[in-house]
Write a protein that binds this ligand. Structure first.
Ligand code: ZN
Length: 316
């Protein structure tokens, strides 16, 4: 890996002001104390979505004081900021997209993926962490050793098995994502099988057991399109809790350009000049990943500026 003396990318979901207060949450009374404190703010998560105030770039989370019903919901302790405790509660049920949220939530309900780029530094960290915890709790209710149902302890950061006493922690799966550029400064962009037609992005894949992130970059690019890469430069990382990834962003230089896409994973792959990419976005034949993604930031870093997709009428 080439040492980088340049500033890392400014990534939407890497912003977080919250102090996770890990020592405090280990105290089993922490959540109860926070529920008794009227200054505490509670983030509701329902079916992966949260209530909002406002819209567009003025959007905010509709945080509320604790309610009596929160006690039975096993709130998660997200941490503290300026002395205020922040909790999240996972409410059962879904959200009707077509109906206003009511209760003063004039911005309706949305997921992290939809509003992560517009929330402020404190709130995006709250929603990113709550989304990650929800995804973990929803999929890890049983002990991987004995199969018994586990209990939530330590403010939602541990699940404990009542049978064998084992403790289990939120999973985070590292994944690499890489802007591969050839010696003519063209960017490799591909469409995954199953994606919407015309959607293009940089390549990505999970780090395998026993593997370094650098080895994963080299392996994934070769597996997916048959291209060899070198000169890796780390460009930044951000959590991507859909459901449990940590995206590790790289730039890499291709030492070969012949594309041999794996038909199981890639339906189309091509090298793009800046002019070609701009033209295909302008005519609507190609679309990019959302602004909240590290993929978008890697593409825009190569491009040298923000990319606008006129078809959507607004930055996606
Ligand atoms: Zn067990």
């Amino acid at each position: 890996m080439t040492p980088a003396d340049e500033t890392l990318l400014d990534l939407a979901l890497s912003r977080a002001l919250i102090d996770r207060s890990a020592r405090e949450r280990a105290d089993e009374e922490t959540v109860a104390r926070a529920l008794d404190d009227h200054r505490t703010r509670v983030l509701v998560v329902r079916g992966g979505r949260s209530p909002l105030l406002g819209t567009g770039e003025d959007v905010r989370l509709a945080l509320r004081p604790p309610s009596a019903a929160d006690r039975s919901r096993v709130p998660w302790f997200l941490g503290r900021h300026d002395g205020v405790a922040y909790l999240a509660v996972d409410e059962p049920g879904g959200v009707d997209d077509d109906r206003p949220a009511g209760g003063g939530h004039d911005g309706g309900w949305a997921s992290l993926r939809e509003v992560g780029a517009d929330l402020d530094d404190l709130e995006v960290g709250l929603l990113t962490t709550a989304t990650a915890l929800q995804g973990w709790h929803a999929r890890h209710g049983h002990c991987p050793r004995c199969g018994a149902a586990t209990h939530v302890v330590q403010g939602g950061w541990v699940r404990r098995c009542p049978e064998d006493g084992s403790e289990h922690y939120p999973r985070t799966d590292p994944a690499v994502i890489m802007a591969v550029v050839d010696d003519d400064d063209r960017l490799l962009l591909a469409t995954g099988t199953g994606w919407a037609p015309g959607r293009i992005s940089v390549l990505a894949g999970f780090v395998e057991a026993g593997e370094t992130m650098e080895a994963a970059v080299v392996r994934e690019v070769y597996e997916e399109v048959g291209v060899r890469v070198t000169d890796l430069v780390f460009r930044g990382d951000q959590p991507w809790p859909f459901p449990a990834s940590l995206m590790l962003g790289f730039r890499a230089r291709a030492t070969s350009t012949r594309l041999d896409p794996d038909p199981e994973e890639i339906s189309e792959a091509d090298w793009y000049t800046r002019e070609q990419l701009a033209a295909r976005l302008a005519d609507g034949s190609r679309t990019l990943p959302a602004r909240v993604s590290i993929a978008r930031r890697l593409i825009e870093e190569w491009y040298g500026g923000e990319l606008i997709e006129p078809a959507s009428g607004r930055r996606p």
